[in-house]
Write a protein that binds this ligand. Structure first.
Ligand code: HEM
Length: 207
């Protein structure tokens, strides 16, 4: 629940944050990838970055979450299910939330400048951690429902058959190459394929 101190501050600053969300998102990713280049190797999809949908999705969802929180103090958990499924398919770990937080708060300060007083920063930090802890909780539930840890979501598969369905649709039949059981998918679950590209960088694509 958002504190009584943070709520009016978040409400008052939501319009200015919303107005600058694209710039905040772009600054956030540029800063985070400069500090953690490994996050562009098999974690964040470079295609989505180039096209701009992912930057807006993450930062935009924080603003949507904040809007819901100021209207109703109950956590809008349902807003998070799809994100948690996406994260779980990528093996996102709780410790990475600190990296995203540091870079997002840096970007908010960088774009909004003096408007980000200590109280404003603290109020948005509160929003961030309410969202982050709720996501971490949901993701923990998804990992445990399938008996994996974030570190063990990835496994190797072999392509046993390639069927050309139409001119532009190919079906791949996959075969496991380890001795781990193959479990049924949960409703809403994503499947993410992490494949090396010609330049050696891994590229994660989720469906
Ligand atoms: C409170 C913190 C976070 C929020 C609000 C958030 C929000 C989002 C949203 C809205 C999406 C898009 C979901 C969709 O496509 O349906 C997403 C995807 C993703 N998130 Fe997060 N996220 C957070 C933390 C993190 C962390 C800590 C990491 C790991 C460093 C991370 C990595 C990713 C990745 C790799 C994707 C897929 C993006 C792509 O396809 O390029 N997120 N997140």
């Amino acid at each position: 629940m958002l504190s009584d101190k943070a709520r009016p501050i978040v409400e008052a600053t939501l319009p200015v944050v919303g107005e600058h969300i694209e710039e905040i998102a772009n600054r956030f990713y540029a800063h985070m990838f400069a500090e953690h280049p490994d996050l562009q190797d098999g974690v964040f999809n470079r295609g989505n970055q180039a096209e701009g949908s992912q930057p807006k999705a993450l930062a935009g969802s924080v603003a949507v979450f904040a809007t819901a929180l100021v209207k109703d103090p109950q956590l809008p958990e349902r807003l998070l299910t799809r994100i948690a499924h996406k994260h779980a398919s990528l093996g996102i770990r709780p410790a990475q939330y600190q990296i995203v937080r540091d870079n997002l708060m840096w970007a908010i300060g960088d774009v909004l400048g003096d408007a980000v007083t200590t109280d404003v920063a603290a109020a948005w930090d509160e929003v961030y951690w309410l969202m982050a802890y709720a996501l971490i909780h949901q993701e923990r539930g998804l990992y445990s429902a399938r008996g994996v840890t974030a570190e063990r979501v990835w496994r190797q598969w072999a392509v046993s058959e390639k069927i050309q369905e139409t001119d532009d649709v190919v079906q791949f039949v996959m075969r496991r190459v380890d001795d781990r059981p193959v479990k049924t998918s949960l409703p809403g679950q994503y499947i993410t394929v992490n494949a090396p590209m010609p330049d050696g960088v891994r590229h994660a694509s989720s469906v």
